[in-house]
Design a protein. Structure first.
Length: 387
């Protein structure tokens, strides 16, 4: 819809507001947002603030890409997949209340959302949970202590879980934003990252005395991936949480952790603090779209439709061993990719039919024939037909 049309709708719905008032307000918002948000989007937000209903299809206030959000916006609509949640906390002062927070993502970035008072209860009641896509309407943006933008959700905000018309490909899981453990280097120092791995070693938690004479808690463990391993240090309430539940062999996701130089030695370690989520990883959370796959990526899951009939044959290795191999193409909303299924997975893949909806779990991505990226199976890979 053109700018003139939106202004016309505002004037028709609210005739007491002049065109000059609308344009002056638009200029101020453009100056505030630095020109990063379109006139049409700003006008829709201004219309909502004036209380003027305008017609823009099913979504009167358009949702912004999370990366487009800047501090100081009002009446914001944002949509994202929930990656992690943090339990409600009470606060006191001139007013009493509670707040909770969560991390959401679209294909552009991860954003922290702060829920106030009654909206915080949505996490306590299970109304919002990890993996769901949620739309927040009429929120406002603020800058946190580290100068990052975050979305605040108050009493007048509307919250809709799995809203109509959302596309799964637009709202990826944590897998898209993960840093490989083996790729951690000096450039990550003092930055926030997300990692996934398997707990291979744990150490007993211990207490320490802070400068203000209060007691703190710290716990260390080692997290391993296919590309390496890294020491992890959990502090205070996070240490208390993990020492009760953490087991060797558990698959763990750590979201929004801080990388620091290892204390008293070379290398890096990952620190889990109050702003970090650390918890069990569900298999479907490693689900990636085909377009998100990269060379050397492993341990992920991908869901799609069998796009070509599988070809089953035997391959003779340099050692003279005969191996079964089935190849076929898999497609989703983002693209197509060849799948090479070996050994026992070849028998399963060989029975697939054109159009079957499948999920391939614990797979490996690599450059194959013609330097084209392909999915290859490993000993623990599973191929499952979705009903």
């Amino acid at each position: 819809m053109k700018t003139e049309e939106i202004i016309g709708q505002i004037r028709a719905a609210c005739p007491w507001i002049s065109t000059d008032q609308i344009l002056n307000r638009l200029d101020k918002e453009k100056l505030k947002t630095g020109g990063f948000i379109s006139d049409e989007t700003l006008l829709s937000m201004i219309a909502a603030e004036f209380g003027c209903a305008i017609s823009r299809g099913e979504n009167p206030v358009p949702s912004l890409s999370l990366t487009d959000l800047i501090p100081g916006l009002n009446n914001v609509t944002a949509v994202g997949r929930v990656l992690a949640t943090f339990p409600p906390k009470a606060f006191e002062g001139t007013r009493k209340g509670k707040f909770a927070s969560l991390l959401i993502a679209d294909k552009s970035c991860i954003l922290r959302v702060v829920l106030w008072n009654d909206k915080a209860s949505l996490l306590e009641s299970g109304g919002i949970s990890v993996g769901q896509v949620v739309r927040f309407s009429h929120g406002y943006t603020r800058e946190d202590l580290s100068r990052k933008v975050e979305l605040h959700v108050g009493d007048r905000c509307e919250v809709e879980v799995n809203p109509k018309g959302w596309e799964p490909k637009d709202y990826p899981g944590i897998g898209k934003f993960v840093t490989k453990i083996g790729e951690l280097n000096a450039s990550h120092k003092n930055k926030r990252i997300n990692i996934i791995g398997t707990v291979t070693k744990t150490f007993p938690a211990s207490s320490f005395q802070r400068r203000d004479s209060t007691q703190g808690r710290v716990m260390r463990f080692v997290l391993s991936g296919h590309t390496g391993e890294v020491p992890v240090v959990a502090w205070n309430e996070k240490a208390v949480e993990l020492e009760k539940t953490l087991l060797v062999g558990a698959r763990l996701k750590i979201v929004n952790a801080k990388v620091k130089k290892a204390l008293g030695g070379e290398g890096l370690e990952v620190h889990v603090d109050a702003a970090t989520h650390a918890g069990p990883l569900a298999q479907d959370e490693e689900l990636l779209s085909i377009a998100d796959l990269k060379d050397g990526q492993s341990g992920f899951a991908v869901e799609g439709e069998v796009a070509t009939r599988p070809t089953l044959r035997e391959i003779k290795t340099a050692k003279g061993e005969l191996l079964k191999l089935a190849t076929f193409e898999l497609k989703d909303e983002t693209g197509r990719i060849c799948v090479s299924a070996w050994r026992k997975q070849a028998d399963i893949a060989g029975r697939l039919k054109l159009g079957d909806k499948i999920i391939v779990k614990d797979a490996y991505a690599k450059k194959g024939f013609g330097d084209q990226l392909e999915i290859s199976t490993r000993a623990h890979t599973s191929i499952t037909i979705l009903q």
